[in-house]
Design a binder for this molecule. Structure first.
Ligand code: CMC
Length: 428
């Protein structure tokens, strides 16, 4: 009944537990696991994490080596195909993604319909769902070509939609893709280009964005990836599934954490307020958490946070240190030496420093999660396709333990069953 995985994980099939019965004929025993604390929902060959040792690998390659040497599109290829590309494969992959960066003009008009203060994650989520209606052939999820071209389209168009969302909120004209530029440079161009005929990105920012995209590309069965898999398991097209993933990522406990870190730092306001803030976190006052700390899986350190901290040093060396960074460093110093955080194995996660880097690159706070989504779509699509091709997978449908009332009889407690409808139907 116990099986051992290649990395030493042992597991049993939850359906085997069903055989535990008090008497023949009854349903059997369910496993109860709120928030999937100890339940694997799939077998996956994409990303490996050892939370106790602080290890993260994509397709077997340590994240440190990929962040140091690879491009984001190389990593996206690796996630989807399982191996690093040779030159010809890479050229085709980059060409295909570059070729699809433009969006239908109606998507542009659709984005223009949002209020000036719309959150860019709402815009990204809705526009991604809308893409589904532009590519109805994507519903043929069992056709390998349709799966491939949908992944290409999502990878190619999300940066364009993200940049359009940014420009809309700023009231700036949209900048169309420049396909002579690299993936990251083109993204920065669509975000920041003004009147210059050719955008030249700051190479430190290009490098930083490449690395941050690589670090955010996949993270096995996190909330948004599980959402994409669960939605995709119904057989819906990948645009709709990814829109669901974007919605899940929006939450402050997930992709929204980097935004929450900066808001927290701004609320603290000054280094002298840090001790009181830490005390409020520890006493649970207002359910305040130290945002950017803690992780469901990493219990020694988050390997991405180590890379991000080094990256932050490089970016801050160029743009300078500010008050918020000083607050962040002091928060980290205090938290790492405080028994509350040590006992609960709470360390800085990837989001603790990413927000500060993004802000120093002049991205507005509510745009941080959008940057996460642009990177994560590569992982979502690799995971989605793995799920589609996995013969063991079926439509996701958890069981529940019912804790409500037992059967009871209906009694009429109302004197007027349709008050609203009746008033509306009276013509004066
Ligand atoms: N600040 C203060 N206390 C915390 C924190 C925190 N950031 N995180 C966890 N705890 C405490 C929590 O109160 C609990 O204490 P106790 O045992 O006394 O009740 C204990 O640590 C265990 O917490 P938990 O909520 O059971 O842990 P979890 O695995 O369910 O939560 C988490 C993981 C990431 C949601 C949580 O650590 C958190 O809310 N962190 C802040 C938000 C954040 O930075 N999220 C980004 C995650 S990394 C990006 C990504 O992969 O999405």
């Amino acid at each position: 009944m116990r099986t051992e995985g290649p990395e030493g994980d042992t597991y049993i099939r939850a359906s085997d537990i069903k055989q535990v019965k008090r008497e023949a004929g009854e349903f059997g025993t369910l496993s109860y696991d709120p928030a999937f604390m100890n339940t694997a929902s799939c077998r996956s060959a994409i990303t490996f994490i050892d939370g106790d040792k602080g290890i993260l690998r994509y397709r077997g390659y340590p994240i440190e080596q990929l962040a140091e040497n690879a491009t984001f599109l190389e990593v996206a290829y690796l996630l989807r195909h399982g191996n690093l590309p040779d030159q010809k494969q890479y050229d085709t992959w980059v060409h295909d993604i570059t070729f699809h960066t433009y969006v239908h003009e109606n998507i542009r008009k659709f984005l223009e319909g949002f209020r000036y203060d719309a959150h860019p994650m709402n815009m990204l989520c809705s526009a991604t769902a809308a893409l589904s209606s532009f590519y109805p052939q994507a519903r043929d999820i069992h056709d390998p070509h349709q799966r491939y071209i949908s992944m290409i389209r999502l990878m190619a168009k999300l940066p364009t939609i993200a940049a359009f969302a940014y420009r809309h909120v700023k009231g700036l004209p949209f900048i169309y893709p420049d396909n002579d530029l690299s993936y990251t440079e083109n993204f920065l161009s669509m975000v920041a280009r003004m009147s210059e005929p050719k955008y030249e990105a700051n190479p430190v920012f290009v490098k930083a964005l490449e690395v941050l995209f690589i670090l955010h590309a996949d993270h096995e069965q996190n909330c948004s990836t599980s959402a994409v898999r669960a939605i995709g398991s119904s057989g819906v097209d990948p645009f709709s599934a990814v829109a669901g993933g974007i919605a899940a990522l929006f939450g402050p406990l997930h992709g929204g954490a980097n935004e929450a870190v900066l808001r927290m730092i701004s609320d603290i306001g000054d280094k002298k307020n840090i001790p009181a803030f830490i005390e409020a976190v520890k006493s649970g006052k207002g359910e305040q958490r130290l945002m950017g700390f803690g992780h469901r899986v990493y219990k020694s350190y988050d390997p991405r946070a180590r890379i991000v901290k080094k990256l932050a040093d490089e970016v801050f060396a160029q743009v300078g240190m500010d008050k918020d960074l000083e607050i962040a460093l002091e928060l980290e110093r205090i938290a790492l030496s405080d028994d509350y955080f040590i006992a609960r194995k709470l360390y800085p996660n990837v989001d603790f420093y990413t927000g500060l880097i993004y802000r120093s690159m002049a991205f507005p706070t509510d745009f941080f999660t959008v940057l996460f989504a642009v990177a994560r779509v590569s992982g979502w699509m690799a995971q989605w396709e793995e799920m589609i091709l996995d013969k063991e997978q079926k439509i996701a449908r958890p069981r529940q333990i019912y804790i409500g009332e037992g059967e009871r009889q209906y009694t009429d407690t109302l004197s007027d069953k349709f008050p609203r409808a009746r008033k509306d139907s009276i013509r004066k």
